[in-house]
Design a protein around this ligand. Structure first.
Ligand code: GDP
Ligand code: MG
Length: 445
């Protein structure tokens, strides 16, 4: 079941229907719920406290708009404050405002995703910015770390510094600078070593490398799934090296977005990118709006619709939007979604974005369903009559057997599809409850 912030606040504000100003006691009650939502989203306690104080100050005494419920209004205030705290609407990209080679230094703990992110950024720099980049691995601690970067380099078609066995990080950095200069590279990406924990040796190494390479960007790479731990890591790095930004990796996982809020508050630096998968194009500019939605537990509905609209034909998108507006979602809609899911990055991507989909996805994972099965599912829906698709309740045992035979599957699989449909339909109802897409757009516009 859903336990979104909007549900919670609905309870708090039910007694206060649409008139007058937000009273201090009501706001305080609401903030208790917001606080729980923040902590559940893995926001660090001191950060949550500061945030709540800021929101309380803004909310108390505000006139309640007639068109929205007090709960919605508080959510809007919280949402806006989250977006603001996460960096506002401006997306900060990479800065190249230095004499080439512009040096980008990646720092962070071992396993945070530095090497992968280095290759992702190199690809982006080559493709989007049209710049010539060189990558160098300074990781002499982990066996084969330098080879790992070289392999990624061939995959993204970006040059890597030839490996010289036995050379130390600062010397590699110097050699990389020299190579980049001599061969006219625009950008030099330095992938540094990590440790399992922050220690003095690591910090000394980072300082020394920064000393010889004068990086234009020092990007802290943090695993968004590590929650509270990530905050300590960020604190340590902030004190020691001149960070210019943060990259949050594994935003494709179950991260609830709290690390982002903490990271921004602790480092005071912009979160520039979000890593969204293991593939080398799975990196996106960080979007405070989506993360704010995620923290509030509302799912990234707006972005889901955008993505859907880009992937599916316009009239389909309109039909989907109309149905979402009505809170309706039949099996025809599901069939259309299934067809597009593969284009949109598969189930994992969708699950991260929509309330309710998490459960559906977990249910599917448990039953061994994955993207490959999407095709089966489409066949199942294709074997139903138009009437059955419009009204799934018609699906009795006899009909299920027929559909299973028609699609070359079995009744069990048919049941799974129906179950998935139910989960999604429930999610659509939730969207409807929040005022439909227009309501959402108005709230967050
Ligand atoms: P490093 O030790 O900091 O250099 O970390 P690596 O770049 O070697 O990454 C460690 C693991 O995390 C690898 O298996 C990566 O594929 C994976 N990884 C990195 N970024 C992401 C991400 O954004 N999402 C997911 N799902 N996996 C990631
Ligand atoms: Mg590495």
């Amino acid at each position: 079941m859903f336990d979104t912030l909007s549900d919670r606040l609905g309870g708090v504000f039910d007694k206060l229907r649409g008139r007058g100003a937000l009273r201090e006691q009501d706001v305080r009650d609401a903030m208790r719920e917001v606080r729980i939502a923040l902590l559940e989203a893995d926001v660090a306690l001191p950060v949550a406290r500061r945030f709540i104080d800021a929101v309380t100050e803004k909310a108390v005494g505000q006139d309640v708009l007639r068109s929205v419920t007090p709960g919605q209004q508080v959510i809007k205030i919280v949402h806006d404050e989250l977006v603001e705290t996460l960096g506002g609407m401006e997306v900060e990209g990479l800065r190249f405002d230095a004499k080439p080679p512009v040096v980008i230094m990646m720092v962070g703990l071992q396993g945070s995703g530095k090497t992968t992110t280095t290759a992702k950024l190199a690809k982006l720099i080559r493709e989007r910015h049209g710049k010539k980049a060189l990558m160098a691995s300074l990781d002499v601690n982990r066996p084969a770390a330098q080879e790992q970067l070289a392999i990624l380099g061939t995959q993204v078609d970006v040059a890597t510094l030839p490996i010289v066995v036995g050379q130390q990080p600062v010397d590699i950095a110097r050699r990389a600078m020299e190579s980049a200069r001599l061969q006219n590279f625009d950008v030099l990406l330095l992938d540094t070593a990590g440790r399992l924990h922050v220690d003095d040796a690591l910090m000394a190494e980072m300082k020394a490398v920064a000393g010889v390479s004068s990086p234009n960007e020092v990007l802290l790479v943090v695993d968004s799934l590590t929650g509270q731990d990530a905050v300590n890591v960020a604190q340590n790095f902030t004190n020691e090296v001149p960070l210019t930004g943060v990259v949050l990796t594994r935003m494709d996982g179950d991260a609830r977005g709290g690390a982002a809020l903490s990271m921004r508050a602790v480092t005071g630096k912009p979160i520039k990118f979000a890593g969204t998968g293991e593939k080398l194009d799975a990196i996106e500019p960080f979007r405070p709006g989506s993360v704010a939605d995620r923290i509030l537990g509302m799912g990234d509905v707006v972005s889901l619709v955008e993505r859907a609209a880009a992937a599916i034909k316009e009239e389909d998108a309109e039909k989907l939007a109309r149905n979402l507006e009505k809170g309706k979602f039949d099996l025809d809609d599901l069939a259309m979604q299934l067809k597009q899911m593969r284009n949109m990055g598969g189930l994992g991507m969708l699950a991260g974005m929509m309330p309710g989909m998490k459960k559906a996805k977990a249910a599917m994972a448990n039953s061994g369903m994955d993207d490959k099965v999407l095709v089966h599912m489409e066949a199942i829906i294709g074997s139903m009559t138009a009437k059955e698709r419009a009204n799934p309740d018609l699906m009795n045992a006899k009909r299920k057997k027929r559909v299973a035979a028609g699609s070359g599957t079995d009744v069990q699989t048919v049941n799974k599809v129906l179950k998935m449909h139910q989960e999604m339909a429930r999610a659509m109802k939730q969207i409807k409850k929040m005022g439909g897409l227009k309501g959402l757009a108005a709230m967050f516009g």
